[in-house]
Write a new protein. Structure first.
Length: 139
């Protein structure tokens, strides 16, 4: 857990924990932090970093989708399928909020991607879509 929380750092959560659970384990958000960008009901995955109240963080994941420094766009830096946030996935060509959420849901259900080829198991990623995404992602 990172960002504007009372106790940032590594949080060990039980399998099946949700973002709200992990946020509570980190002591909650600092006063005045907008949580509307977080899906508090979403199950978390092992190894995931959750950023709270961070809009211009030093990480590429916090940049605006479509900006030159966003992984998977013009910077040439591929997006890691195992750690990507919803915003990072949405920055990929042809990926909107629905497909980005499906990728996160697949990761929640199946664990880490062990190969980029597993992206084809996500509903909505056919051969053509996979070929367009393949150069922009890694595991």
């Amino acid at each position: 857990m990172a960002g504007k929380v009372r106790r940032p750092g590594l949080v060990r959560a039980k399998p099946g924990s949700r973002v709200a659970d992990v946020l509570a384990m980190a002591g909650g958000a600092l006063p005045g932090v907008d949580l509307t960008t977080l899906n508090l009901a979403r199950p978390v995955t092992d190894g995931e970093q959750i950023l709270v109240g961070v809009s211009g963080a030093p990480q590429p994941s916090a940049t605006q989708p479509g900006s030159p420094t966003t992984p998977g766009t013009t910077s040439g830096e591929p997006v890691n399928l195992n750690t990507a946030t919803l915003a990072q996935l949405e920055s990929l060509p042809g990926v909107g909020p629905v497909l980005a959420q499906r990728i996160l849901d697949w990761r929640t259900e199946h664990g880490r991607f062990t190969s980029v080829d597993e992206l084809q198991e996500v509903t909505g990623v056919g051969t053509k879509k996979f070929e367009s995404l393949k150069p922009h992602v890694h595991v």
